[in-house]
Design a protein around this ligand. Structure first.
Ligand SMILES: Cc1cc2nc3c(=O)[nH]c(=O)nc-3n(C[C@H](O)[C@H](O)[C@H](O)COP(=O)(O)O)c2cc1C
Length: 340
């Protein structure tokens, strides 16, 4: 279709192998075969989340996704997972078209292994120095994710990353933008700034096809943007990022867990690595309780600040067609403003 959007969509759509370069980011426990297939079948692009899943589960999930869609999709791997090496080998064996390396800095050999499988490799860049390193190490595309995002976050906002990374590298490789985005109207402006595509998390976690428990979807629907807060990290020795989630008792428990761990680090009964594992395991377990069991009190209600912009749960096809039409409407508005 010859729309104003199609000019801006082409680069990202060609790279991803889809019609609409709107991505559903990998979300541990949430991005399962049903959600990934629903997004991909409706013209968007989605990533299957691996988290700490054993290899056999990942292989089954890739097979299940392929049963539900013939369209391309990505697999999202957390490089900090203790199972990362085996997971990466399994994903390479499965021959998926796109691999997203998230959570920490992927080593050059991990990028090389992923590329050698024939996959396009997408890496996160949370700073200019990281973007340079990822490009040097062979990343085919970057995602910049501002700290407005849900889940594990960096310290820099989307607006800063746009100026620091998108403006510098968009001519060299596709750059996708995430973090606090929920509308086609903003998407249009991000495409005009050079984005190859836009990644959403919370918007799709709330979708009709998402496996998130109805109680979690209700908590999302009731939340304002300011309810999605970043956890404070109480001690610099905790080598873990903050997490953005809706305020609840679970968030308070995370703070208390840190207070419990500090004296153990002081007296040497716990190493920094063990402390980081304790904190990470807390999130993995708490996220599972929220997503699968609907424990909105003590589970981790990971959500971006975008949560306040999403009033209701819609089918993925409706979300994507609304994003596409609102993006186009904004291009049309801008064009008429410029020619007035
Ligand atoms: C519940 C939840 C779980 C997430 N898990 C992951 C993950 O496993 N890997 C990852 O790269 N990003 C993860 N994210 C981040 C999303 O993929 C996406 O980049 C982010 O949510 C974008 O911000 P938004 O929610 O404001 O749209 C998660 C986000 C949420 C809300």
């Amino acid at each position: 279709m010859n729309t104003l959007s199609s000019k801006f969509f082409k680069r990202g759509a060609d790279f991803l192998g889809c019609d609409l370069p709107f991505l559903c980011g990998g979300m541990t426990w949430v991005s399962d075969p049903k959600l990934v297939a629903a997004v991909s079948n409706a013209g968007g692009f989605a990533a299957l989340a691996c988290g700490n899943a054993p290899v056999a589960v990942i292989e089954q999930q890739i097979a299940d996704t392929r049963d539900l869609t013939a369209k391309p999709f990505a697999v999202n791997l957390i490089t900090l997972s203790p199972l990362f090496k085996e997971q990466l080998a399994a994903v390479c064996r499965a021959g998926v078209s796109h691999i997203v390396l998230a959570g920490g800095l992927p080593r050059p050999d991990a990028i090389a292994t992923a590329k050698a499988s024939g996959a396009k490799v997408i890496c996160f860049a949370a700073a200019d120095s990281i973007a340079k390193m990822m490009i040097k190490n062979g990343a085919d595309a970057l995602i910049i994710e501002g700290m407005e995002a849900g889940g594990h976050i960096g310290v820099t906002t989307t607006a800063i990353l746009i100026q620091e990374i998108l403006f510098q590298y968009a001519d060299r490789l596709p750059v996708f933008i995430a973090g606090g985005i929920a509308t086609g109207k903003l998407s249009a402006h991000l495409f005009m700034m050079g984005a190859a595509g836009i990644q959403f998390g919370t918007l799709f976690a709330m979708s009709a096809e998402s496996c998130a428990h109805p109680a979690l979807k209700k908590a999302y629907a009731d939340a304002a943007s300011r309810d999605a807060v970043a956890t404070p990290i109480l001690d610099n020795r905790f080598a873990v990022p903050s997490v953005r989630a809706l305020k609840n008792k679970g968030l308070d428990e995370f703070t208390r867990l840190q207070l419990d761990l500090i004296p153990k680090l002081d007296d040497g009964t716990l190493t920094k690595v063990e402390a980081a594992h304790r904190l990470e395991n807390f999130w993995m377990g708490a996220l599972r309780r929220a997503v699968l069991d609907g424990d909105t009190d003590r589970g981790s209600l990971m959500a971006g600040q975008s949560v306040g912009l999403i009033p209701a749960s819609l089918p993925c096809a409706d979300i994507l067609s609304r994003l596409a039409s609102d993006t186009e409407a904004e291009f049309v508005r801008i064009k008429s403003l410029l020619s007035a």
